[in-house]
Design a protein around this ligand. Structure first.
Ligand SMILES: *Cc1c(COP(=O)(O)O)cnc(C)c1O
Length: 400
């Protein structure tokens, strides 16, 4: 990671155009500014860069390869589909990239406890692992609905030694876990740190998490152009909060010939309330300390959202995605639960790779798009995580 991998956005106040910022009480603003200062300080330090680079290589297993899904591409009869294999990372997804960064920052700042929410449990497992490695206590809040759905990750978090807090309020899913974790954080923000699990929340988190994830696109750009002497025609990634997508897109933002596509969950359909397509159907508002697109009711309350992928059902979205949508640099499309399940099974049976339900949204979009393109064209899919955690759930849904 060098200075050149950091995009110029946000501005000094944490704004991406009209989005982002710090919509929090003044005392928290002060603490967020301290976190920003500490982050800006360590990210300049060669020792920090070196420690993170070493952990990326020897702990996470980076660089993650790019795999040509030949059989899938042939079967679809169009563009070549490539997979950036973030599913091969230690702990099974891209989240370990920013968790290591956040855990190192927490240690640097002398924090006594790392607090976070988790949806599918991937952020929880990644953070619990990073905190075990760094040697700092960790407390994870998780919706009861997700706890029941994501049993393997729940057990792993306990094994890794973190304190798991079940959340039963609201719809007992991701947004409620965020609210609950935030309440705990507010008890002692001087000594605790809230390790946000995506490119969301008040400044500096959308910037910081993006920077830690930018390794995905930096590697992919270099790997793909080295092998093919050109860049992919399309790059796609699923968007919940938007961290794996920002991690992938950041290195390609200046490459105007590369079409960037973020894929949101259309759930049971965009014409039903059971979706989580924030950029597709939401409007600019505020949530969790930031200005961004939000799915909300007439009174301005966030809507209960749905996706088959627990890691994607969030009524807000990262401020940089909100701005990239308005700028037209990234296109946002959506994929239903059924299309996601079909992609999950198809990739498993045609390539022997079981993708996370979250990542299956991006695979499904590529499967829809590929037949419309020529065999000489390419789609690079960010395969954000592996589907081990979803195997029991999918087997039950499909009656396997
Ligand atoms: C958490 C998660 C996501 C969604 O988070 P983003 O911040 O939108 O990337 C996507 N894929 C996997 C595998 C996840 O665990």
């Amino acid at each position: 990671m060098t200075a050149s991998t950091f995009a110029p956005m946000p501005d000094a106040n944490g704004f991406f155009g009209p989005y982002g910022g710090q919509f929090v009480p003044d005392h928290l603003k002060k603490i967020m500014d301290e976190i920003n200062q500490a982050y800006e300080e360590i990210r300049q330090q060669p020792e920090f860069q070196k420690e993170l680079a070493n952990l990326f290589a020897d702990y996470v297993g980076r660089p993650s390869p790019i795999f040509h899904a030949k059989r899938l591409s042939e079967q679809l009869g169009g563009a070549q589909i490539y997979l950036k294999r973030e599913d091969l990372n230690h702990t099974g997804a891209h989240k370990i990239n920013h968790c290591l960064g956040e855990a190192l920052l927490a240690k640097f700042m002398g924090k006594t406890k790392v607090i976070a929410e988790t949806g599918a449990g991937q952020h929880g497992v990644a953070l619990a692992s990073a905190c075990a490695l760094v040697g700092i206590p960790c407390e994870i809040h998780m919706g009861q609905v997700d706890i029941e759905k994501e049993h393997p990750n729940v057990v792993k978090m306990k094994i890794l030694g973190c304190t798991l807090v079940p959340v039963t309020r609201g719809t007992a899913t991701l947004k409620d876990a965020v609210d609950s974790a935030f309440d705990e954080y507010l008890k002692d923000p001087e000594n605790f740190i809230y390790a946000i699990g995506s490119v969301v929340g008040p400044h500096p988190f959308p910037k910081m998490v993006r920077d830690f994830q930018a390794i995905i696109g930096t590697e992919a750009r270099e790997q793909f152009s080295h092998k093919h002497n050109k860049l992919p025609d399309y790059i796609t990634a699923c968007v919940g909060g938007g961290s794996n997508a920002m991690g992938m897109f950041t290195a390609f933002l200046e490459d105007k010939e590369v079409n960037l596509v973020g894929v949101e969950p259309a759930g049971k359909g965009l014409d039903t309330p059971l979706h989580s397509a924030t950029l597709t159907l939401g409007k600019p508002s505020q949530l969790h300390g930031m200005a961004c697109y939000v799915l909300e009711d007439e009174q301005g309350n966030p809507l209960p959202v749905h996706s088959i992928a627990s890691g994607l059902d969030y009524p807000g979205v990262g401020p940089q995605h909100s701005y990239l949508k308005d700028l037209g640099r990234v296109t946002y499309d959506s994929v239903t639960d059924d299309e996601c399940l079909n992609a999950f099974i198809t990739l498993s049976r045609v390539e022997g790779i079981i993708p996370a339900l979250e990542s299956s949204h991006a695979v499904a979009w590529a499967m829809r798009k590929a037949p419309q393109l020529k065999a000489s064209q390419s789609i690079l899919v960010n395969l954000s995580g592996r589907g081990d955690k979803d195997a029991d759930y999918v087997a039950k849904v499909l009656g396997l």
